[in-house]
Design a protein around this ligand. Structure first.
Ligand SMILES: NC(=O)c1ccc[n+]([C@@H]2O[C@H](COP(=O)([O-])OP(=O)(O)OC[C@H]3O[C@@H](n4cnc5c(N)ncnc54)[C@H](OP(=O)(O)O)[C@@H]3O)[C@@H](O)[C@H]2O)c1
Ligand SMILES: [Zn+2]
Ligand SMILES: [Zn+2]
Length: 374
């Protein structure tokens, strides 16, 4: 390998192949860009799905797409006009980049997570190379600063942003009512009950966020307890229930009025089962992205009556803005203070880039797996 290339994990959709490629070393080419040396890259279901070639689009003119959208790195070079970072800083990058349509208000206002036309791009997913490589370059506005004490945790910032944005939306919706009678300085969820569906990384990090926000928090998932995910859930003061042990109706009877449901299972059947027990004036946040396979029969009249007569709100949420990244870093710091041992255990494995095949197309294992580049 020469000096001008680096190793990268990439899919080649035309050949239906996942492999290590020699990828050009990126260069800082504008005054506001920074160059980052990769430290950690998280692997998630999205990466594994891209490896089945259902989506994942290389940049125009390339036959391969470098994977990776959950990353932590260290700044090694800054453009002349960079103001927010210096060499040596730890940073996490966001994923989505705006479309070029001047009529897309969200993209024109740094809210590309709400892009109206689908023409956005996403690093490691859609038309821009990702972070599963040794260095990357991007505009400073797409990065968030990470304090040094979060060196071993901040690769989880991106999956945590899903909960950050989800809860921000729930709060925005619930401004419609005196949802929380909290005093100044008290967390917004105090006195309220949240159910998190699923105990994967999105669910566990979401449950941690709910606990920090003061909710009485319950996780409803698949595997029977005891299991490692249920243990993590119990360690943060939330309660874990398997759907094989109690029905959604039994769950609701235990919990009381369910004020918030944060869905992180990715399956519509269990999601719609649990939607039926959302409490009066409650909000249901969908984050899961199922493969379009399941068709359900539901008691639609009953559900519609409840949505109307009990002021239920249902929101979907995808991707995240810079505020969500900043909140994720702040909350990882809080999780680390409250549960230093538990938060570490969400990362169940650190691997070498050489293990990419096993991690991306082998049997799914653990909770959050990371490729370590340092
Ligand atoms: N909106 C966004 O921007 C965004 C971003 C990233 C990911 N996502 C989505 O978020 C979802 C969760 O991601 P993840 O990485 O945490 O997934 P994951 O690791 O697959 O975890 C899913 C969790 O849900 C449980 N589960 C699966 N099917 C179930 C069922 N039928 N009934 C009850 N529990 C069930 C699993 O139980 P076991 O523990 O027994 O396996 C597991 O705990 C995915 O759909 C993903 O596509 C959305
Ligand atoms: Zn991901
Ligand atoms: Zn747009």
């Amino acid at each position: 390998m020469g000096n001008s290339t680096m190793k990268a994990v990439a899919v080649v959709p035309g050949e239906k192949e996942l492999r290590l490629v020699d990828h050009p070393l990126p260069q800082v080419s504008s005054e506001t860009q920074i160059k980052v040396k990769t430290l950690d890259v998280g692997i998630c279901g999205t990466d594994r799905e891209i490896c089945t070639f259902v989506y994942g689009e290389p940049p125009k003119g390339d036959n391969h797409l470098v994977l990776g959208h959950e990353s932590l790195g260290r700044v090694v070079e800054v453009g002349g006009a960079v103001t927010r970072f210096k060499i040596g800083d730890l940073v996490v990058p966001s994923v989505r980049r705006p479309c070029s349509d001047p009529g897309c208000n969200p993209c024109c206002n740094d809210k590309q997570d709400y892009c109206i036309n689908g023409q956005f791009t996403e690093r490691g997913i859609k038309q821009v190379h990702g972070f599963m490589t040794e260095f990357y370059v991007d505009d400073e506005k797409y990065f968030t600063y990470v304090p040094e004490e979060l060196r071993d945790l901040a690769v989880m910032a991106e999956p945590l942003t899903i909960a950050e944005k989800g809860l921000a939306q729930a709060y925005a919706v619930q401004k419609r009512l005196p949802w929380a009678c909290t005093d100044a300085g008290e967390p917004l969820g105090k006195g309220l009950r949240a159910v998190v569906l699923g105990a994967g990384p999105i669910g566990i990090l979401g449950a941690m966020k709910c606990v920090v926000e003061g909710f009485d928090t319950y996780v409803y998932s698949r595997s029977k307890a005891p299991n490692p995910k249920a243990e993590l859930v119990e360690q943060i003061g939330a309660k874990y229930y398997s759907k094989y042990d109690i029905t959604p109706q039994e769950l609701a009877a235990k919990v009381g009025n369910i004020d918030l449901i944060y869905e992180a299972v990715g399956g519509s059947e269990v999601a719609f089962d649990v939607l039926q027990v959302l409490g009066t004036n409650g909000v249901f946040v969908f984050t899961g992205i199922p493969a379009p396979e399941t068709r359900l029969e539901i008691d639609s009249d009953i559900l519609m009556r409840r949505i109307v007569l009990e002021n239920l709100a249902i929101v979907g949420t995808v991707n995240a803005d810079r505020e969500a990244f900043e909140n994720a870093i702040a909350d990882l710091g809080e999780f680390n203070k409250r549960w230093p041992e538990t938060i570490k255990k969400v990362i169940t494995g650190r691997y070498d880039i050489a293990d990419h095949q096993e991690l991306l197309v082998g049997k799914s294992k653990g909770i959050k797996n990371v490729i370590a580049f340092s």
